[in-house]
Design a protein around this ligand. Structure first.
Ligand code: AMP
Ligand code: MN
Ligand code: MN
Length: 328
């Protein structure tokens, strides 16, 4: 039984595709998009990749990212059409595509390919599997089923998706299959070490100094079961850094010995705080984030709360303390 037969039937009938992923795109979103583009190129000439936010600096080494449109620029071009088929990857909720949702017409068929267990199944066809490491793993399966010939750039995109979403095979979503796919990529001659270096060991001087400063203001709460830190607009300006530079920081926060939950608060604007949550062993941070209209995975989730930085810190940390059983 072919798992992706509806995709095959749809791509055969359609002439133009729109591909997108979630706001604040990450390696899995971008890698999956690019991997999917390489597969779909066999079926159509018009394939537009459009995102609400720009591709982060640390992913620009992936070839093909230069052809990804930013919604604000794309919307003004004459390129815009009513797409037959829209692929949304690594995105649990259609609203998380941001403004790109405006490019989807009522007649467009949506194909939802994702691994968030809180996925809203908003597609005409939904391929949601929360047991896989990453959406990249599903795109790899799709390529195998369609008999696509793996090219180098496809392999690099899928390897980047898997490597970033598993944090270099460190996170609990790491599967044997994720390792097997990377083994295939190594056999294809793909330099995974270079991907890892590009993503994790390519820090901006100013960004690394910002991280140092944030970590030197690390806090503990909930009888040392919670560690947290914040990045304010002032910090960002002081170090002349940008949000891309905070990538991975929440993992350092979560790595304190004995801590279950690590939290990073990011002051995106006055009264708009993005909260990144990570846990180590048992606490379901996605369920916690749902209470603030956010979501994600059991060990990695996020939400955005509209209040001042100090208010959000207070509210989130005291709620976490009480949910973890430390009522102060
Ligand atoms: P982040 O902390 O931004 O790296 O996000 C960690 C995980 O949570 C990713 O799977 C995100 O897609 C998800 N996530 C982050 N923010 C939100 C949100 N506001 N709503 C739903 N999911 C989110
Ligand atoms: Mn993602
Ligand atoms: Mn993902």
């Amino acid at each position: 039984m072919k798992k992706y037969k509806n995709i095959l039937n749809s791509v055969d009938k359609c002439d133009n595709f729109l591909l997108t992923t979630h706001v604040s795109p990450d390696g899995d979103g971008i890698g999956s998009l690019l991997g999917l583009k390489y597969i779909l190129q066999l079926y159509a000439d018009k394939i537009d990749l459009v995102l609400d936010d720009s591709v982060p600096e640390y992913l620009k080494f992936l070839s093909g990212t230069e052809d990804i449109y930013l919604y604000d620029e794309f919307d003004k071009t004459e390129n815009r059409i009513d797409y037959d088929l829209v692929f949304v990857v690594d995105c649990g909720d259609l609203d998380r595509t941001g403004n790109v949702v405006n490019l989807i017409s009522e007649d467009s068929k949506i194909i939802n390919i994702d691994h968030h267990d809180d996925n809203q199944e908003y597609g005409s066809y939904n391929y949601v599997d929360s047991t896989v490491s990453s959406t990249g793993e599903l795109i790899y399966d799709l390529a195998v089923e369609l008999g696509a010939n793996f090219k180098r750039d496809f392999g690099i995109a899928i390897a980047a998706a898997i490597i970033t979403d598993t944090g270099n095979f460190k996170f609990s979503n790491t599967t044997s299959k994720a390792h097997r796919i990377i083994a295939d990529m190594l056999e294809l001659g793909i330099d995974t070490e270079k991907i890892i270096r590009e993503v994790y060991e390519n820090e901006n001087y100013s960004g690394l100094k910002l991280k140092g400063s944030v970590l030197s203001n690390l806090h503990l709460a909930g009888e040392e079961n919670i560690s947290w830190a914040s990045v304010s607009q002032k910090d960002l300006n002081h170090f002349q850094a940008d949000w891309d530079d905070t990538e991975g920081l929440v993992n350092s926060i979560r790595s304190v010995k004995g801590v279950e939950v690590g939290v990073l608060f990011k002051e995106m604007a006055e009264d708009k705080i993005k909260v990144s949550l990570r846990s180590n062993e048992y606490f379901a941070v996605n369920e916690f984030a749902h209470q603030f209209e956010g979501g994600g995975h059991p060990r990695a989730a996020g939400c955005t709360i509209m209040a001042s930085l100090a208010e959000v810190e207070e509210k989130v940390i005291s709620k976490l303390e009480s949910e973890l059983g430390f009522n102060n």
